[in-house]
Design a binder for this molecule. Structure first.
Ligand code: HEM
Length: 401
């Protein structure tokens, strides 16, 4: 599924193997950890490949996330900014970003997310019951990886799960680098008008969910910002199911092909949280969303980045930096991988990380306990990996048990 339009000399490189990473990144990390490169979407940007420098870029307030600014790195030719009803959190800068993030932060604290554990367990068990009702093989992506995070985010936001085909199709189109810009714009528009109607309904009759609670809170202090709520729903709906779904598939694959690791977590489920952390580091599925543009001249790692120049803080390379992680090419579930940047770093660090962690822990513990004979029903080389998407993963993963 390689994107034929991508220039092989351009960055970020197309990911061709889920396990081994691009050897060019290792060379750059050692020889030129911050270097100007041609971008797949045109123009040039500074590519940052070392762990310490990636964190420095992402923590620097002089680095803007505003995708509308000239110079912002384009990961593909189709990735021009699409006018939306309101800017998304991920593309805002302070003070707007600080305020918008603070308004919703309380929904995603460890304590708040932990309260969702029984319901998430029920959802996972329900999906596995449905799998067991079949004789196999089944596509794990359709049966488990997508429905779990999708059901969870729908319930949290108050979006009807019955519409999941509609929003999953649109979000998948949006995340493919090869989707023509007009088609991507159309998918954005359709999803926005769907959420616009949904939020309008909730403004009329407040529901007990994240969007309803935001409406109530905003009314208490003033007027409801309808467009900002639609934008929030849009981002959370996409970020909330695609990412975790891909980690469920890839994590399951990694455990299936490493039976000794799987045996360790089955024997001692207290190891699952650190296994999840390590798998997040190892796969770094959102490898280049952490792009920025310099607001003023900034010196990073002895290199002067001029105002208006784009910077790609490459998480996928940082997470395989041998100066940050011993033997980074190995999956070591007993290491402390918490310093990884799979959720980004700094003010834009993933808002949903506690939720993603909990979903992944419950899925891996439950799946291998209830289906001890789970195995792939295809050769790994035949699996359709998402080499053409902005979030890496697997489109389809036949399994049996
Ligand atoms: C931001 C990764 C799951 C919501 C980010 C960023 C990364 C990331 C790398 C930083 C982007 C940047 O610096 O520009 C992931 C991964 C996930 C995951 C690997 C799953 C394994 C989720 C979930 C949700 C979510 C489940 C929602 C429920 C968000 C939001 C932001 C974000 C709203 C923007 C935060 C801000 O700009 O302040 N995510 N994410 N993510 N993520 Fe996630």
């Amino acid at each position: 599924m390689l994107d034929p339009a991508v220039d092989p000399a351009a960055y970020p490189k197309v990911r061709t193997c889920p396990f081994a990473h691009e050897p060019e990144y290792a060379r750059l990390r050692a020889e030129a950890p911050i270097t100007k490169v041609p971008m797949a979407g045109g123009g040039t940007a500074w590519l940052v490949t070392r762990h310490d420098l990636v964190r420095q870029v992402l923590g620097d307030p002089r680095m803007s996330s505003d995708r509308r600014r000239p110079g912002f790195p384009r990961l593909s030719a189709n990735q021009r900014p699409i006018p939306s009803v309101a800017p998304l959190l991920v593309g805002m800068d302070p003070p707007e970003h600080t305020e918008a993030r603070r308004a919703v932060l309380a929904e995603f604290t460890v304590r708040r997310i932990e309260k969702m554990r029984p319901r998430i367990q029920q959802i996972v068990d329900g999906c596995i019951d449905d799998m067991l009702a079949e004789t196999g093989p089944v596509d794990l992506v359709r049966a488990l990886s997508l429905p779990v995070p999708s059901l969870v985010i729908c319930e949290l936001l108050g979006v009807p799960y019955a519409d999941h085909d509609f929003f999953q199709e649109r979000s998948s189109l949006m995340l493919r680098k090869s989707t023509p810009v007009e088609q991507r714009a159309h998918a954005v528009e359709e999803l926005q008008s769907y959420l616009d109607r949904l939020v309008t309904g909730k403004e009329r009759e407040i529901t007990d969910d994240l969007l309803g609670r935001q409406i109530r809170k905003q009314r208490e202090i003033g007027e409801v910002d309808h467009h900002a709520l639609v934008a929030l729903a849009f981002l959370l709906l996409i970020a909330g199911h695609e990412t975790t779904a891909n980690m469920i598939s890839l994590g399951t694959l990694a455990l299936l092909v490493n039976p000794q690791l799987l045996a360790e977590i089955v024997a001692d489920p207290t190891k699952t949280p650190s296994a999840v952390e390590e798998l997040l580091r190892y796969f770094t599925i959102v490898e280049a969303a952490t792009s920025r543009v310099a607001l003023e001249d900034v010196e990073i790692g002895g290199v002067l980045i001029r105002a208006g120049e784009g910077v790609v803080a490459l998480g996928t390379s940082a997470n395989r930096d041998p100066d940050a992680f011993d033997q980074p090419e190995e999956i070591d579930i007993n290491r402390s991988a918490r310093r990884h940047v799979a959720f980004g770093f700094g003010p834009h660090q993933c808002l949903g990380q506690n939720l993603a962690r909990l979903e992944l822990q419950i899925v891996f513990d439950t799946l291998f306990r209830r289906l001890p004979g789970l195995r792939l029903d295809a050769a790994i080389d035949d699996l359709p990996f998402k080499s053409d998407a902005n979030v890496y993963g697997i489109y389809e993963m036949p399994v049996t048990w």
